[in-house]
Design a protein around this ligand. Structure first.
Ligand code: RP5
Ligand code: MG
Ligand code: MG
Length: 280
C-alpha cells in the first residue's frame, strides 16, 4: 500500500503557516500501528462554516449523515471500501497529523473527477515525435497551473451534489482549460459541442484516494480519473486552450517521468502512459 506524503507536510494549506501537523513518521501512518500519545491539532477552516457545499459539525444535533452511503445528494461512499467512523470518519490511508476537516467541505470522502486529455506530440510537419532515448512517442496532456499552490495539475474538480461524474469531467475541463465561465456564448457553444462528442469515449484509469495536501485524518480527496485521447490531434488537440476559474495557466504538457505535478497526479498520468505505451 502506498503511503501518503503530501498530506503529512508540516503546515496545513491556507493558514499562513499557523496550523501545524503532528509529524507522522512512515511507520506510524497506518492506524493499526499503536500510538497512544497521538493528539494532533484539530482544525476546520472558519470559512467553510455555513457553506452550501460543506457539512455542519458532526456534533450538530440537526446533522444526521449516512456514512458509507449515498446520503441524499451527497456521496459518502469511499472508493477504498468501508471506512471507520468514531465519531468522525477515519482516513482509510492512515494518519495525517491533523484532525477536523481542514479546508475540505465534507467529513469523509470528498469526491472529485479528473479529465486526463491527451494527444501525441507532433512536429510542424505533423509527425509524431519520438523520444531520443526510449524511441517511444511522446504523449502530451492538458495541464493547468493551479491558483492555490502554483503547481501544474490535471484540470480536475469536485463533483457537485447530485452531479454525474461524466458531467463533472466535462464541466471542469471546460471551466479550467477552455474558460467556459468567461468566454462568449458562441465560443461556449462551439467548445460544448466538441467536448460532448470528444468526452463520449473515455477510459477510466483510476478511482480512489488522492494524496492531496488538504487531506486530514477525518476528510480526504478521492477521484475518478478518465483519459480522453485525441489520436489524430484534430479534435480537442486542435482547439485553443484558455485558462479559467481556479486555473491561471493552461497548456499541452509533454509527458515524462520528470513531471512534478500536484497531489498524486503523477501516478495518474503514469497509468495513461502505460495504456498508450508512450514515452515516460
Ligand atoms: C485533487 O484535487 C483531485 O485529483 C482534483 O484534481 C482536485 C479537485 O479539487 P479542486 O481542483 O476543486 O480544488 O485532489
Ligand atoms: Mg474547478
Ligand atoms: Mg480544480
Amino acid at each position: 500500500r502506498m503511503l501518503h506524503t503530501k498530506c503529512r507536510s508540516r503546515f496545513y494549506p491556507r493558514t499562513d503557516n499557523t496550523v501545524t501537523r503532528t509529524e507522522v513518521p512512515d511507520e506510524k501512518v497506518p492506524w493499526e500501528v499503536k500510538w497512544d500519545r497521538y493528539y494532533p491539532t484539530t482544525y476546520t477552516a472558519p470559512f467553510i462554516k455555513g457553506q452550501s457545499w460543506a457539512d455542519p459539525e458532526v456534533t450538530d444535533t440537526n446533522f444526521h449523515p449516512k456514512w458509507n452511503s449515498i446520503d441524499g445528494n451527497v456521496n459518502r461512499v469511499s472508493h477504498m471500501g468501508v471506512y471507520k467512523v468514531n465519531p468522525f470518519p477515519l482516513n482509510p490511508m492512515g494518519r495525517t497529523g491533523l484532525q477536523g476537516r481542514g479546508v475540505l467541505g465534507r467529513w469523509g470522502p470528498n469526491h472529485a473527477a479528473d479529465p486526463i486529455v491527451t494527444r501525441w506530440k507532433r512536429s510542424e510537419a505533423q509527425e509524431v515525435e519520438l523520444n531520443f532515448e526510449t524511441k517511444k512517442p511522446i504523449l502530451q496532456f492538458v495541464a493547468i497551473q493551479r491558483r492555490d499552490t502554483g503547481e501544474w495539475a490535471i484540470p480536475g474538480g469536485m463533483v457537485d451534489p447530485g452531479e454525474k461524474v461524466t458531467s463533472t469531467l466535462k464541466r471542469e475541463f471546460m471551466e479550467e482549460a477552455l474558460n467556459s465561465l468567461e468566454c462568449s456564448e458562441s465560443e461556449r457553444e462551439k467548445s460544448k459541442s466538441m467536448i460532448e462528442k470528444f468526452f463520449n469515449d473515455g477510459y477510466e484509469v483510476y478511482r480512489g484516494y488522492v494524496d492531496d495536501h488538504r487531506n486530514t485524518d477525518n476528510a480526504w480527496m478521492e477521484t475518478v480519473a478518465v483519459n480522453f485521447h485525441d489520436e489524430n490531434g484534430t479534435s480537442v488537440g486542435a482547439f485553443a486552450l484558455s485558462a479559467g476559474d481556479d486555473a491561471v495557466n493552461v497548456h499541452w504538457m509533454d509527458i515524462s517521468k520528470n513531471l512534478l505535478l500536484y497531489a498524486s497526479h503523477n501516478d495518474l498520468i503514469e497509468k495513461v502512459v502505460a495504456k498508450h505505451n508512450a514515452h515516460w
